[in-house]
Design a protein around this ligand. Structure first.
Ligand SMILES: *Cc1c(COP(=O)(O)O)cnc(C)c1O
Length: 431
């Protein structure tokens, strides 16, 4: 299987090279030359997520990791529950937060970490993973790579724009994980990372790779839980839509890949906060990136979603086709708070600020469509306790694995949103 760049100005590469490079040299995102269907009869057969995930992964890895290793990698990737919970009639929450850092990004982080580790061990290279995070990516990637030999991780996060628990997770892992606290926005962090990949001097000094959802091994495994959750739906006759609280749209893109592979999803709902570049595009046909706006669902504060180009690529760049395949809704912080109060008071189910945006989008969609909706609940509410608790007027219990991080000491290097500072920092490490 070859991977080409969405900008089509770089060479096609193998899965291994796509994973190691992250971003294509021309600044495009890698995209598989074709998307193969799963075997006839497997979907809806009650197969386990390990089995389904392995069948998915096999099609994209295409022999570049031996089958037995790939099977182990997939099993380790999804070695925690990924259940759907009925919130009310025809609305399900797919709880993606039962992993080590309590967010869905654990799935991608674990798969990517294990794939890269496999390739690095093979070649003896040393790889530096550069990752910009709006909160959850950094910790999931760090946790997926912690202690992995041959891999160094450097995390960039926007100072003051992540929650306390997220910051503790980002800055206390130690070992092969280092953290830069940037006096700027997430977009600044992301731009600096992109610039680093395109910098010839850095590329010559070290092997840089990315762990953002631009990396194929980060976003592809996220399709596993679309398959896994579909098996859990009791009613497979009523159309089902998936609603993704979206920032970089990696999760939603993974769902679209699952559909291409044969999963019968009627439609996707892209749900955003005030950073509504994609809902606006769906309305107007014009994609207009903007600086991000800070909100209470900060993991989605993204003004230029990186996976949007993959969505376009899947639909031949055709706005009409994109609109058939997905709808978009955006919600303000006020609506988000009201949504959290509403769900818990009517149903007793607690959703955090990202998931509840997906939930509200399903409810909007169901006003005009008789469908079942699965909402991706992307994080545990305790990760956003400082937002959630005042809104619902009660304490949120913090899972033990999160409490651990709160006890440790923060270690981070403060830098300006200036590419040169990042470059000097990295060059000093390469020596
Ligand atoms: C990263 C993240 C999102 C956004 O996911 P994308 O794949 O970037 O669209 C949503 N919710 C939470 C809690 C996240 O951490």
């Amino acid at each position: 299987m070859k991977y080409y760049s969405t900008r089509k100005k770089s060479e096609e590469v193998s899965f291994k090279d796509a994973v190691i490079r992250g971003l294509a040299p021309d600044g495009g995102l890698y995209f598989p030359e074709r998307i193969d269907k799963l075997p006839e009869g497997l979907i809806g057969s009650g197969a386990s997520i390990e089995e389904l995930g392995y069948e998915v992964a096999k099609r994209f890895v295409d022999g570049e990791i031996p089958d037995s290793d790939l099977q182990r990698i997939v099993s380790e990737t999804v070695n925690f529950p990924l259940p759907i919970v009925e919130v009310e009639q025809d609305v399900y929450s797919l709880e993606l937060w039962h992993g080590p850092t309590c967010a869905f990004k654990d799935v991608g982080g674990r798969f990517l970490g294990r794939c890269l580790s496999h390739f690095v061990q093979q070649s003896g290279d040393k790889v530096t993973i550069l990752v910009a995070t709006s909160g959850d990516t950094g910790s999931a990637v760090a946790s997926g790579f912690l202690g992995v030999e041959g891999i160094d991780v450097v995390i960039l996060y926007p100072k003051g724009l992540v929650s306390k628990i997220q910051e503790q997770q980002l800055t206390t892992m130690g070992q092969n994980i280092s953290t830069l606290e940037v006096e700027g926005s997430f977009d600044d962090c992301q731009a600096m990372v992109k610039q680093a990949f395109n910098d010839p001097e850095l590329r010559a000094a070290m092997k840089l790779s990315s762990a953002n959802s631009i990396n194929v091994a980060r976003f592809l495994p996220q399709s596993f839980y679309y398959f896994g959750s579909y098996e859990q739906l009791e009613d497979k006759t009523k159309p089902v839509v998936y609603s993704c609280p979206s920032g970089n749209f990696g999760n939603l893109t993974a769902g679209m890949f699952a559909k291409e592979m044969g999963l019968p999803i009627a439609r996707f709902i892209g749900a955003t906060n005030a950073n509504d570049v994609v809902p606006e595009y769906l309305k107007t046909g014009i994609y207009k990136a903007r600086p991000s706006i800070p909100t209470i669902s900060n993991a989605m504060d993204i003004g230029d979603p990186s996976n949007f180009v993959r969505i376009l690529e899947l639909h031949g760049g055709d706005w009409e086709k994109v609109k058939t395949s997905m709808v978009g809704y955006a919600f303000s912080d006020e609506e988000t708070k009201e949504g959290m109060r509403d769900v818990i008071s009517r149903t007793g189910y607690l959703m955090e600020p990202h998931g509840v945006i997906g939930y509200m989008a399903v409810k909007e969609y169901q006003k005009h469509h008789d469908v079942q909706g699965v909402v991706l609940e992307t994080a545990h509410p305790a990760k956003f306790g400082d937002v959630v608790e005042p809104v619902i007027g009660q304490k949120v219990e913090v899972p033990e694995r999160l409490q651990e991080y709160m006890k440790r000491e923060k270690v981070a290097t403060l830098i300006q949103p200036d590419f040169n500072q990042l470059k000097q920092y990295l060059l000093a490490r390469a020596k």
